[in-house]
Design a protein around this ligand. Structure first.
Ligand code: PMP
Length: 380
């Protein structure tokens, strides 16, 4: 009998709480301008390619062995990178404070496996990263959709109230995202402190886009890493997928109290990070300055996008990330389709009248602005 069948999910003994769910699915389309998943549009620089290839070549003869389960060399390199960042204010992080996995998505999943689960509740503030509720619910954890104020803002009192009313001791897990996806705005640290005080649960600050934030001396917000000392329930997650232009490698990480790392050892699969991943990421981190050189270019393109929107009859929120949330469309899904017809793929995040556009290269900004001008003119 053929394995091609009419069987649907309804016919399978699927977990009841997964029925009716839809998978994460940002379209992966072969178009010339791909600005829909907040990747870095710049290729890995040749100097880094060479170092990564050499590091991988060294590993290949030893692929008969399992990788370092603790990923010590990689965690050392990640801790050193964080220590060197001005926005971390020199918090003396070491290997014991750092954990890495296959993308920050896997780090988040491990956090929910360890600190969520049946009978527990996570709170996040929509609109934010769409995977937070998915990772929460697939781990059997209940999700509470927190509310934001005007202009998608978050206020410390409001956040503390919404985090504190859950259960007896506040939410078991709190998701904060800074800079937030899809709005692009960084979160003042008093919101993080307020959330932490309002619960006995774990507070996660997802800083996937931290490297794109405005500098401290230009109105930027320090990283929540500065709040880690004395707060063992606070976790800051980061990724190499965005600023580092390394999304294909799948490396995300966190900074936290070493006890949090111990908790994740209870749920991680043994050898979850392949030898090739560890070698590639460790080699790349030795050239962090070269890899991060594209960040300033990307920020310039982001600022150019923000500045151009009013001339198109649209508006954009100020952004600390590598993307811009653009509002003012009469029909965002129609505009999304029209842009695609011009070879430009952006993201419809489901906010009426809005589309999210990743900041890429100068040529990509030229292309998206030209396409937007035509799409807006046609819609009138
Ligand atoms: N957090 C946020 C806020 C994101 O936008 C993304 C990617 N879009 C991630 C986490 C996950 O990234 P990765 O798994 O590639 O590290």
């Amino acid at each position: 009998p053929s394995l091609v069948s009419d069987t649907t999910l309804d016919d399978l003994p699927l977990r009841d709480d997964l029925r009716g769910h839809v998978p994460y699915g940002a379209p992966q389309l072969e178009v010339s301008v791909r600005l829909n998943t907040n990747e870095n549009s710049h290729d890995v620089p040749p100097q880094v390619v060479e170092a990564v290839v050499a590091a991988i070549a060294e590993q290949v003869p030893h692929l008969n062995r399992y990788p370092d389960r603790e990923a010590d060399a990689l965690r050392d390199a990640l801790a050193a990178f964080l220590r060197a960042q001005p926005a971390s204010h020199g918090v003396p992080l070491t290997r014991g404070n750092v954990w890495a996995a296959n993308g920050s998505n896997e780090v988040l999943q491990q956090l929910l496996q360890a600190f969520g689960g049946p009978g527990r509740t996570a709170v996040g503030f929509t609109p934010s990263y769409s995977m937070h509720p998915i990772i929460t619910e697939t781990s059997g954890t209940a999700w509470v959709d927190g509310k934001r104020g005007d202009g998608f803002s978050l206020d410390p009192f409001d956040v503390a109230q919404q985090v504190g009313v859950v259960g007896e001791h506040g939410a078991d897990v709190v998701f904060l995202t800074s800079p937030n996806n899809p709005t692009g705005t960084a979160l003042p640290l008093d919101v993080v402190e307020a959330a932490y005080e309002a619960t006995r649960g774990i507070v996660i600050v997802d800083e996937a886009y931290a490297e794109f934030a405005r500098p401290l001396n230009a109105g930027g917000t320090p990283s929540a890493i500065t709040l880690l000392p004395g707060r063992p329930r606070l976790v800051v997650t980061r990724t190499m997928s965005k600023a580092f232009a390394f999304a294909g490698t799948r490396v995300g990480y966190l900074a936290a109290d070493p006890a949090v790392v111990d908790a994740l050892r209870l749920v991680r699969l043994p050898y979850h990070l392949s030898s090739l991943t560890q070698a590639a990421a460790t080699a790349a981190l030795a050239h962090a300055d070269v890899l991060l050189a594209t960040v300033e270019d990307t920020k310039a393109q982001r600022d150019r996008l923000v500045a151009a929107m009013p001339t198109l009859g649209l508006f954009a929120l100020p952004s600390d990330a590598n993307f811009v949330l653009v509002g003012g469309f009469d029909d965002a899904p129609a505009a999304w389709k029209a842009l695609l017809a011009h070879g430009v793929l952006v993201r419809d995040v489901g906010i009426p009248g809005h589309l999210r556009i990743t900041a890429g290269t100068e040529a990509e900004t030229d292309a998206v602005l030209a396409a937007l001008a035509e799409v807006v003119a046609q819609a009138e």
